[in-house]
Design a protein around this ligand. Structure first.
Ligand code: F6P
Length: 473
């Protein structure tokens, strides 16, 4: 071995150093590592040459300095990451370093001194099962694990951060939140729509808040991003951590949002009702409309869970009314009944929409009632008697308390949100990816909506389960 070593003379040494300097320049072109975690990850370069992983780094207010009061034996080291693509595909495409999200969890060193820290929570947007679980868990972990005793519950969404609304915050204590997870809804109240980030940060500074937990969907996290920008502009040591919420499960970079599982569970009774009604008569058709504005995850999972559904229509697919009706006609002749699940955002090209709501979402036309009318007409024209029962469980699926599994998920999301805030992280949301809790930069979590890929395996399972044709357009 020793004989193989290159014996460098002075000139060799100079060229050796020069080559290393060149290499350093090339690498540092891609590595920008200031006040971010997982620096080694920043050296990966996207297929088109741009530095992709920089997008996944998490902002920090400052360095950790204090010892965590947790007696945890499982502190997470900042270098730990979770692969974004769990398959070999990226590596096979020739990408040198896989894209990685920062792993969530308690840190041994923290940024905020618990004795001098004030936290606040806000719930925004539509109701979602698990909101009270999240409020409770954040309060309990802050209070008992980190020793933070000043926790404010801001009322009625972002309105609660605007002084002119005069919504006085609730002082949250373990006694107050102890039983709230047994009920649906949110004890803090909620509202839709953005508010002025300058006024919201004025409110937070006046109340001496150091960390804000924003519990809401993509609109809420966009608002949180605006708050965070304003905080940075003012140079304040304030952390903003989001907990993504929506029954629709359509938030990017998190496999699951809390409330989704409960919404799927709550969809089972209406589907079962539709099935019983359809089977109870000759040529019975049950139509069940489920929530899902731009993504059909509730409809797809509720269908897979029930296994009684014969046709699912989701916003991600196009369908012709003629093909839907002739498929139903075939079902009537063979099976004498059918169950249809339609996501509320499906087939919007057929129904008129009426403007937008306070969050800027399109107000949807009623595709369920429209389908019912079309199907009645189709069978009437062919003189085939059918009996159609239309079921719209509407808000019932999202105002319920969380299922046990969703409650567990809410707790784990919340404790990880608290750990992230305590460590001085900001401008991020917590989520779950490839089975691990992760930190996701807010700007990438709100970039786009997660949707069902109709050429992917989930949709294949739906087709295998329902037996409906792949092509209905
Ligand atoms: O985003 C969640 C959701 O439940 C959607 O499925 C639904 O379209 C929407 O909220 C309805 O909310 P609201 O009636 O409160 O505007």
């Amino acid at each position: 071995m020793y004989e193989d070593r290159v014996n460098l003379n002075v000139l060799d040494q100079i060229s050796f150093l020069f080559l290393h300097f060149l290499l350093f320049l090339i690498v540092s072109k891609f590595v920008k590592c200031k006040n971010t975690t997982s620096c080694w990850l920043l050296s990966s370069v996207g297929q088109d040459g741009e530095n992709m992983t920089e997008e996944y780094t998490i902002e920090r207010i400052g360095k950790y300095a204090l010892n965590s009061p947790l007696d945890s034996g499982v502190f997470i080291d900042d270098s730990q990451g979770v692969l974004i693509d769990a398959t070999l595909s990226d590596l096979q495409k020739g990408q040198l370093t896989p894209y990685v999200l920062e792993k969530a969890g308690p840190r041994e060193k923290i940024f905020f001194n618990p004795e001098m820290t004030r936290a606040a929570l806000v719930t925004c947007g539509g109701l979602c099962p698990g909101l009270n679980d999240v409020i409770r868990a954040i309060v309990m972990v802050l209070w008992y694990r980190y020793g933070i005793k000043e926790i404010l519950g801001l009322r009625y969404g972002y309105e609660g951060l605007i002084s002119s609304f005069r919504h006085e915050p609730l002082a949250l204590t373990p006694e107050l939140v102890e039983d709230i997870h047994k009920d649906g809804g949110t004890i803090l109240g909620t509202s839709r729509g953005p508010q002025d980030p300058v006024l919201m940060v004025d409110f937070l500074s006046k109340r001496k808040i150091n960390m804000l937990f924003t519990i809401g969907g993509d609109g809420t996290q966009r608002g949180a991003l605006a708050i965070n920008r304003e905080i940075k502009k003012r140079g304040l040591a304030m952390s903003v951590i989001g907990i993504p919420k929506t029954i629709d499960n359509d938030i990017s970079f998190t496999e699951r949002t809390f409330g989704f599982e409960t919404a799927v569970a709550m969809s089972q009774a209406p589907i079962n009702g539709g099935h019983m009604e359809a089977k109870g008569v000759r040529n019975g058709i049950g139509i069940v409309k489920l929530m899902g504005r731009e993504s059909g995850f509730i409809a797809a999972y509720a269908t897979l869970a029930s296994s009684d559904v014969n046709l699912v229509l989701i916003p991600e697919m196009r369908f012709s009314l003629e093909k839907v009706c002739s498929y139903l006609e075939e079902r009537m002749s063979k099976k004498k009944h059918a169950v249809i699940v339609v996501a509320e955002g499906a087939g919007q090209e057929y129904v008129s929409q009426e403007g937008t709501d306070a969050s800027g979402n399109k107000k949807l036309g009623d595709i369920g009632l429209f389908l019912k009318t079309v199907i009645i007409e189709y069978f009437k024209n062919r003189a085939i008697p059918v009996s159609i029962k239309y079921i719209d469980p509407s808000y019932i699926i999202r105002s319920a308390p969380a299922t046990p599994d969703d409650s567990v998920f809410c707790f784990q999301l919340s404790e990880n949100a608290v750990h992230a805030a305590m460590s001085g992280r900001t401008g991020m949301v917590v989520g779950i990816w490839n089975g691990h809790f992760v930190h996701i930069p807010m700007q990438i979590s709100v970039k786009g909506r997660k949707q069902i890929d109709t050429s992917g395996l989930l949709w294949q399972s739906v087709l295998d389960n329902t037996g409906q044709p792949r092509k209905l357009a």
